[in-house]
Design a protein around this ligand. Structure first.
Ligand code: FAD
Ligand code: NAD
Length: 478
């Protein structure tokens, strides 16, 4: 077989930006032989983000939740080109994407352009900092594999440094204060995992830190997990209290320095107060912001002038005001929360639509040929035969074209809250169930296992769970 097939001029070029939930679920279901498919992403793997918080403490090893994109693309029917690069600009008028090789090894060419007939933007989002000073310099985020590794390293560094000979007590307290900003599911899941790490392993391995290790979760709103039902919010807050995790609600971080955060809260007298909270580890999980490439595309399309949170898309996920450009996942705004569940369903919808568009094109071409043949057919019998064929094809065409608009089907919200407990708001049939506790935890585990990308991932995750339960998490600082 040809290793580097040239693009087929008779097919349209479909460029997909990203290898996350949206892009990969599109690729999974796409009949790649219908288009010249090109994927551009700086990350040459898919990342199963729901289990990323578990990688920060070594409950799961990060490679267990990564699936190389090459491994997946090689099973597609027709070759897909993949470029490990960052798309730096989309020129909508010229129908070109500019790409940069941002990896450490660069060849003579590390910048070029990729023309497209159709474009799917699935680049996800950045970490929001709201321009708060010091966040980018001093806090750690939790979005990518590198973030989880950095957190894991920092936890261990803080623990070991806190017991350095002759360390003063104030400094010990600071170093062992683990602060998480943002009480959304990322912040809650991380705080839960971290407390587990301490309870199950750290305090046994390094007993000297026992008295001072402390996790605090800071949230600007009156409660954590705003997307969950009241009962589950209360359950989470109660569980955290039992686990001695402090939740500071109605507390908004305004400034970050290398050793403390400054947070505004309302004092007992009803007056606003600014408080300095020292920290050793600071994890910042305050949600999503637009990527520059998305901001730039918004600026090129007049109909997007009011888009603040992402590319506004219509019910077919077409970027409003643009032609042949679609957006999926966290970079698109379609009135749904920016979740993996939404991104995956959007990607699968686009695949169905693109498959159907290709079939439509194929049938329409055939129909045009047949009507020509009908006119030229010698005799009535031959014409009737072609007529029957046309009727059959028209029926097929109607069936193929029957693709309704995208409709999101919410399966529920799930979050791990530590101490082998999880919370779940599940919609089944027409009912809603809100449950929390240990059984929910096993449900959480099995649900996430079944959602894993591949059997390989599933087996690795199970092995990690068994390994960390049997031998404890690895506390070496890499
Ligand atoms: P992503 O999955 O973020 O993928 C974006 C892709 O674009 C990446 O491959 C990236 O490398 C690539 N990219 C970035 N910039 C460029 C560029 N300039 N050019 C080309 N490619 C680019 N959701 C749930 O529903 N359930 C959960 O349990 C859950 N847990 C989560 C836990 C954590 C810690 C986090 C951070 C998120 C979690 N989410 C969860 C949210 C979920 O991960 C996101 O909603 C989802 O990843 C969005 O998919 P996406 O395809 O839009 O973006
Ligand atoms: P989020 O947007 O859900 O929550 C961020 C929180 O940070 C908000 O509650 C906000 O009030 C708070 N905040 C913002 N600025 C602050 C400040 N200066 N000081 C204190 N608090 C501040 O963000 P997330 O948790 O990262 O989640 C992002 C998306 O990913 C969401 O759609 C979420 O549903 C999804 N996700 C889902 C799961 C899950 O289902 N288990 C897990 C992780 C993420």
């Amino acid at each position: 077989p040809d290793d580097q097939p040239e693009p087929d001029a008779s097919k349209k070029t479909l460029v997909i930006l990203g290898t996350g939930w949206g892009a990969v679920s599109l690729l999974k279901k796409l009949d790649t032989e219908n288009y010249n498919v090109i994927v551009v992403s700086p990350r040459n793997y898919f990342l199963f983000t729901p289990l990323l918080p578990s990688c920060t403490t070594g409950t799961i090893e990060h490679r267990s939740i990564m699936e190389p994109i090459r491994n997946f693309l090689r099973h597609k029917k027709a070759a897909v080109k993949y470029y490990e690069a960052e798309a730096t600009k989309i020129d909508y008028e010229k129908k070109v994407v500019y790409i940069n090789d941002e990896s450490p090894i660069k060849g003579d060419v590390s910048q070029t352009e990729v023309p497209f007939d159709m474009l799917v933007v699935g680049v996800g989002a950045e970490n929001a900092t709201f321009g708060i000073p010091g966040v980018r310099e001093h806090a750690l985020f939790l979005k990518e594999v590198g973030d989880a590794q950095a957190i894991r390293k920092r936890i261990m560094d803080c623990c070991e440094t806190s017991i350095f000979k002759d360390q003063n007590p104030e400094e010990v307290k600071r170093l062992l204060h683990m602060v998480v900003v943002g009480g959304g599911p990322t912040g809650v899941e991380f705080a839960g995992e971290l407390q587990d790490f301490f309870n199950h392993d750290l305090k046994k391995w390094i007993p000297d830190i026992k008295a001072n290790f402390h996790v605090t979760l800071v949230e600007a709103l009156p409660n954590v997990l705003p997307m969950f039902s009241k009962q589950l919010i209360d359950y989470t807050e109660k569980t955290f209290k039992e686990e001695t995790i402090t939740i500071r609600t109605k507390t908004m971080v305004k400034n970050v320095t290398d050793k403390y955060i400054e947070a505004e809260s309302t004092g007992p007298d009803g007056k606003k107060q600014i408080e300095k909270i020292p920290y050793g580890l600071l994890v910042w999980a305050t949600g999503n912001a637009l990527r520059p490439i998305v901001k730039d595309l918004i600026n090129q399309i007049p109909a997007q002038k009011d888009s603040r949170r992402g590319l506004a898309v219509n019910e077919y996920l077409v970027v409003k005001g643009a032609e042949n450009v679609w957006a999926v996942g966290d970079c698109a705004v379609a009135n749904y929360a920016p979740t993996a569940q939404v991104a995956a369903q959007e990607g699968a919808f686009l695949a169905r639509m693109f498959n159907s568009m290709a079939k439509t094109y194929e049938i329409e071409t055939k129909l045009a040929e047949l009507s020509e043949a009908q006119e030229k057919a010698p005799g009535k019998e031959a014409r009737t035969q072609v007529f029957e064929e046309i009727k059959d094809l028209q029926k097929r065409l109607r069936r193929v074209k029957q693709i309704g608009p995208f409709e999101y089907s919410h399966q529920g919200s799930l979050a791990y809250i530590g101490s082998e407990k999880a919370v779940a708001d599940i919609s089944w049939l027409s009912g809603n169930f809100a449950t929390g506790g240990t059984i929910t935890y096993f449900f959480w585990r099995s649900a996430y296992l079944s959602m894993c990308f591949s059997t390989r991932n599933r087996i690795l995750v199970i092995m990690d769970w068994v390994k960390s339960k049997t031998f404890g998490r690895d506390v070496s600082r890499e």
